[in-house]
Ligand binder design. Structure first.
Ligand code: GTP
Length: 235
């Protein structure tokens, strides 16, 4: 296996499946099955999930809402997604712990790094909710931050595009996919992998980012097994 401990970043929107809003139980169950396959191989899995299927702070702010208020709503949205994912994983008999950056003790454990690592060592999937717990930071930044804290080997960003392309593949069919690319080249070519805060945090800490299509069955396990799936961004 290529990696021992991974941080999987899932977007909230991905949970919508074909819906316009909220959570598609079918998609959620598919993700749980994909994650279970990897856990069964003895890989330690931590997950950060976005909240865009329920609420986005930036979108709220562009409609006149106070940004901090909007971001707090977004953080709560990630907790809702975290609870849903926890439930779906437990339906698959995967042991999980949900830890949140904002305290909602009756619902989930507070984020404690050392406890998170112990859970991972015991084979539990740890889901981190409420982003970084701070407004103005994305869940991509939360994912990188948690990945560094728990000493993950890599951050796996599951998206609906299967890697980083020379141009937007949804707009230009001639766009070419990179198998690997350096952090420096991503910046020089003006490509988008994550927001700059998340991206530079990853680069500074030499944490590789892998962009891959999470909606393709079996991709997560293939990637962990060392198959060339998606694009690896590394130093
Ligand atoms: P070990 O120390 O390895 O035994 O971990 P553990 O998580 O099983 O032990 P603990 O006694 O801390 O937790 C037992 C259960 O309570 C688990 O399902 C935890 O997720 C849950 N739990 C622990 N702390 C909290 C908390 O602050 N809030 C909530 N809601 N649940 C908690």
């Amino acid at each position: 296996m290529q990696y021992k401990r991974i941080l999987l970043k899932l977007s909230g929107e991905a949970l919508m499946g074909d819906r316009q809003y909220g959570i598609d139980p079918k998609r959620l169950a598919e993700y749980a099955k994909e994650i279970k396959e990897v856990v069964n191989k003895g890989i330690q899995v931590a997950i950060v999930i976005g909240g865009g299927n329920i609420f986005r702070g930036v979108a709220g702010a562009s409609n006149g809402m106070d940004r901090v208020q909007g971001d707090h709503m977004g953080m709560l949205a990630t907790c809702i997604n975290g609870l849903a994912l926890q439930s779906a994983l437990e339906d698959e008999d995967v042991h999980t712990r949900l830890q949140t950056a904002l305290e909602i003790k009756e619902v989930a454990e507070p984020y404690i790094k050392r406890k998170a690592i112990r859970h991972l060592e015991k084979g539990r999937v740890v889901i981190f909710g409420a982003g970084t717990g701070n407004p103005y930071f994305t869940t991509d930044t939360a994912a990188v931050l948690r990945a560094i804290e728990i000493n993950a080997d890599a951050i796996l960003k599951g998206t609906r595009v299967d890697g980083v392309y020379t141009e937007d593949p949804e707009k230009n069919t001639n766009a070419k996919k990179f198998e690997t690319i350096t952090f420096k080249d991503v910046i020089e070519k003006g490509l988008k992998v994550m927001d700059m805060t998340a991206f530079t945090l990853s680069e500074e800490n030499k944490l590789p980012i892998i962009i891959f299509d999470m909606n393709k069955k079996g991709n997560l396990l293939k990637l962990i097994s060392g198959e060339k799936i998606g694009t690896i961004v590394d130093i």
